[in-house]
Every structure is written in structure tokens, then in C-alpha cells.
Design a protein around this ligand. Structure first.
Ligand code: IMP
Ligand code: MG
Length: 183
């Protein structure tokens, strides 16, 4: 078999574990939003597109079909450490006034991206903002912020796959690889 370019990196979270965890997250989200006819989901691009696709379908299995829109924020450029500056690359068009919003992102790292998203959504009239991330690097937090729903807590390693990239690559892996494993 031809080896894939990521095959020498250890798998941190398998595709199976991710696929087992997502219905659990959907159940928790259902408990939080099922009685709210006006909630909406805002997905932070680019990293969350794979997670959103699976989570969205898991929500549908539980009878939930909220409006979904996208907010593209970028923090790094090509580096592997957050630059601290966050640019809005594309703004959602959904009218979010008085809605309870669930933000979906790939990973909570320093917390800056989600803090920025939260401020922006609040400034545009969101009634409340809750956050669902696939991965949580709890030890890296620079600004205050907790995920209301988190798939997995991971150590402070650079990871890729399942939507997360390194320089644009590896987003299409079905699992998460560890790009700085211990030597
Ligand atoms: P924060 O603003 O530092 O919390 O960074 C969050 C954003 O940085 C995420 O939405 C990701 O796009 C990116 N990011 C943080 N850690 C990683 C990683 O380990 N791999 C790939 N992207 C990451
Ligand atoms: Mg991202």
C-alpha cells in the first residue's frame, strides 16, 4: 500500500472515536436548545467545516435543523502559533438579533478566536452565545473562555486532520494526527 504523507505521525484521536463522540455532543446540544425555536449555529471557518458537517447531521438525527451560517476568522497565516491578531475574512449574513447562538469551532487554543467571535456576535445582537468545539487545549488559554460543549481535551501539541490544517494541508484526514509527538 502506498503510504500517506501523514502516516509517520501518530494518530491522537481515531476516526472511530470522533464518530462515537459526535452523537453524544448532539445529545447535549439537544438538551440545551431543543425548546428554543430561534437558535442558530455559526460555524467558524475554515477549520470547523468537517466537524460541522458531521455534527449537523447528528443534530438532524435528533430532529434539530437550526439555521447554519459561517464566520471566517483567521489568526495564524502559515505559522503554528496564534499571532494574537484575528481578522474577519467573511461575515455571516443571517440576522442573529435575539437569537441564542451556538458557535462551532474545531479547537479552543488561546481562546482569542472564540473571544472575538463572541464579541462580534454580541455586538450584532445575539441574545446569548454558547460554544461547541471538537478539541480543547485547556493548558494554552490566554484569554478567558470556556467551551460549553467539547469533544476531547488534548495536550499542547500541534494537531491536524478532521478540518484542522498545517499550512492548508491535512484537513481531509478522517482522524486527528499529532504533529509534535514526543521524541
Ligand atoms: P485560538 O484563537 O488561539 O484559540 O486559536 C484557535 C484557532 O487556531 C483554531 O480555530 C484553529 O484554526 C487554530 N489552531 C489552534 N491550534 C491548532 C492546532 O493544533 N492545529 C491546527 N490549528 C490550530
Ligand atoms: Mg480555525
Amino acid at each position: 500500500m502506498k503510504s500517506s504523507p501523514t502516516s509517520h505521525f501518530p494518530i491522537l484521536i481515531s476516526a472511530r472515536s470522533i464518530q462515537r463522540r459526535i452523537p453524544q455532543l448532539a445529545r447535549l446540544i439537544q438538551q440545551a436548545f431543543a425548546n428554543d425555536p430561534h437558535w442558530a449555529l455559526i460555524s467558524i471557518l475554515n477549520g470547523s467545516y468537517v466537524f460541522l458537517a458531521d455534527l449537523g447531521r447528528a443534530l438532524h438525527k435528533r430532529g434539530l435543523t437550526p439555521p447554519i451560517d459561517f464566520l471566517a476568522l483567521s489568526s495564524y497565516g502559515a505559522g503554528t502559533r496564534s499571532s494574537g491578531r484575528i481578522r474577519v475574512e467573511r461575515l455571516f449574513t443571517l440576522d442573529i438579533r435575539n437569537r441564542n447562538i451556538l458557535v462551532v469551532d474545531d479547537i479552543l487554543d488561546s481562546g482569542r478566536t472564540l473571544a472575538q467571535a463572541r464579541n462580534l456576535l454580541k455586538a450584532r445582537g445575539a441574545r446569548s452565545v454558547r460554544v461547541c468545539v471538537l478539541l480543547d487545549k485547556q493548558t494554552r488559554r490566554k484569554v478567558e473562555g470556556k467551551a460549553d460543549f467539547a469533544g476531547f481535551t488534548i495536550p499542547d501539541h500541534f494537531v491536524a486532520g478532521y478540518g484542522l490544517d498545517r499550512d492548508g494541508h491535512f484537513r481531509n484526514l478522517p482522524h486527528i494526527v499529532d504533529l509534535d509527538p514526543p521524541l
